[in-house]
Design a protein around this ligand. Structure first.
Ligand code: ADP
Length: 388
């Protein structure tokens, strides 16, 4: 009968295979040890009782204890007193075979210094499948933490400066309003006193400029009201056809460079909202259409409606707006090509317009092609859904 294979003495061939396997295992072991030793992360292991069983070079650098000092010590030597319960939590997870991933915490170095770390803890399992301890990888996140704190500080600083700026704009525009109103009043009195034609002409020009200044200050005041959530919208039923006709008449009166044609259904078209604010938006869009289309002479305005909403469009044939800027133009103080623009402005008209339209539960947007012109659209619900 043949001898069972297990009783055969090892052949020279199997001996050499075993030696090769052992050499490979040793090589792999050495490689792993080198990786652990050269890692920038602190890598250490501990028993389930918390006794440290391995401690790489980065752990020495990070926590200040040499491997000799750390091995055999309890892991709590690097855990700050107020974080000791973290160890119970971590060990609890490890005992269940769970991993703790990228846990941000703080550990204490030999010299007492606290170091913020990102910690990953995995259970260590022996050949029989028993959990015998935990391996820990700790990454020093002092730099990220410092950058994060610096960002938060800068954010708070910018926020506070922004609030101060808003406060200043609010105060300044409020203060400017009073003398402007007085100037207007005095100019009116003077206009009744002078008869000289050229003096009258200059007076008219002065009143026009004061009017412009007044509009600018009012816009600034509105911006600060929006920031404070205090923009007043008074809603009532009004005829949008009438508001549109009045606005076009007003703008046409002061601008002879462009003719504005209007297409709209006959009769009244009643919507609920703030007629004065809607007129402000239309005037702003018409003024822009004229200002940003030098060298052309036509503006088209259209009004259509269905059962629920009205749609107003204001079309010019001017310089247009690049596609990637068409969203930005509705943000506060944003101007396309501000540095190169010969057309002055503060970049608040469209911001105000958008806020007003949103408060009516409507939408405002632009469709434009550079060099060909822009069309601005306003859609307004006939029955305003949002309360102002
Ligand atoms: P302002 O005109 O005072 O700068 P607005 O908020 O009214 O401020 O407009 C923001 C920017 O949008 C303008 O600076 C301009 O670059 C662009 N813009 C607005 N309307 C038009 C238009 N009809 N055609 C081309 N560009 C426009």
């Amino acid at each position: 009968m043949d001898q069972p294979a297990t009783h055969l003495s090892p052949s020279p061939l199997s001996l050499s295979i075993n030696e090769d396997a052992q050499a490979i295992a040793e090589q792999r072991q050495a490689m792993l040890a080198a990786i652990v030793d050269t890692s920038d992360d602190a890598i250490l292991s501990k028993t389930l009782d918390g006794v440290i069983t391995s401690w790489n070079r980065s752990a020495e650098k990070m926590f200040g204890y040499t491997a000799n000092e750390a091995l055999g010590q309890h892991i709590t030597m690097i855990i700050p007193a107020d974080r000791l319960d973290e160890e119970l939590y971590i060990i609890g997870k490890v005992k269940k075979g769970d991993k703790v991933d990228h846990f941000h915490t703080i550990r204490q170095c030999k010299n007492g210094k606290l170091v913020p770390i990102s910690l990953t803890v995995s259970p260590m399992i022996d050949n029989n499948g028993n959990i015998i301890g935990a391996s820990k990888i700790a990454r020093d996140i002092s730099e990220q933490q410092a950058a994060h704190e610096e960002n938060a500080r800068l954010f708070a600083e910018v926020k506070s400066l922004n609030e101060k700026k808003d406060e200043f704009i609010g105060l300044a525009s409020h203060e400017l309003k009073t003398p402007l109103t007085s100037i207007n009043g005095y100019l009116q009195i003077i206009s009744g006193m002078i008869t000289d034609e050229s003096a009258m002409l200059f007076l008219q020009k002065t009143r026009q400029q004061v009017k412009k200044l007044n509009a600018l200050v009012s816009d600034l005041l509105d911006v600060s009201k929006i920031e404070a959530g205090k923009l007043q919208i008074t809603k009532e039923d009004f005829d949008i056809n009438q508001v549109l006709t009045d606005a076009i008449e007003l703008i046409s009166h002061g601008n002879k460079s462009h003719t504005i044609d209007l297409t709209m259904p006959a009769g009244k078209l009643i919507v609920t909202g703030d007629a004065h604010r809607i007129e402000q938006v239309i005037i702003n869009l018409l003024t822009n259409a004229i200002r940003y289309s030098p060298g052309t002479n036509k503006i088209h305005v259209g009004l259509t409606s269905d059962a629920d909403e009205v749609l107003i469009c204001i079309k010019d044939y001017g310089m247009g707006i690049p596609q990637d800027k068409q969203q930005d133009i509705f943000t506060r103080f944003y101007r396309v090509n501000d540095e190169n623009s010969t057309i002055s402005g503060l970049g608040i008209g469209l911001f105000l317009s958008k806020e007003i339209i949103i408060q009516h539960g409507g939408r405002i947007w632009a469709d434009s092609e550079p060099g060909k012109g822009s069309t601005f659209f306003i859609s307004l619900p006939k029955l305003s859904r949002k309360t102002g």
